[in-house]
Write a protein of this length. Structure first.
Length: 125
């Protein structure tokens, strides 16, 4: 995701969860794929080299897992600076956030489909 409106709509949807290093904001979309947006502020890492490293790592994790992620607009916000020595921990944190994301999206889809079937039953009565 690149456009400011895309980021704003995800932030306004107000669905998020976080761990030590990463915070994940999401919003279901109607596309047949997941989209990624990254936020790494200067407050988190002063040097552009550090911010770019964090973006590269997160983009690669997303690329490797994009087929396992539900169809959502996803913004990952770095809360705490990390570098090469934290790579394994970041990978584990990213994987656990994706697992949580998939669980939440699937459960909300099941709830909405149950509501739809209940209204269909009530309409037929």
């Amino acid at each position: 995701m690149i456009k400011t409106d895309d980021f704003s709509s995800v932030f306004n949807f107000r669905k998020r969860f976080s761990l030590k290093y990463l915070a994940m904001h999401y919003q279901p979309n109607n596309l047949q794929r997941a989209r990624l947006g990254l936020v790494v502020g200067k407050k988190t890492a002063k040097l552009a080299v550090s911010r770019n490293y964090m973006r590269r790592v997160l983009r690669e994790f997303f690329r490797l897992n994009q087929h396992d992620i539900c169809h959502v607009d996803l913004i990952i916000r770095v809360q705490k600076k990390f570098d090469k020595k934290d790579f394994i921990q970041i990978k584990q944190e990213f994987d656990s956030l994706i697992f949580k994301l998939n669980q939440r999206v699937i459960s909300s889809q099941q709830k909405s489909s149950q509501v739809m079937t209940q209204t269909d039953v009530n309409d037929s009565l």
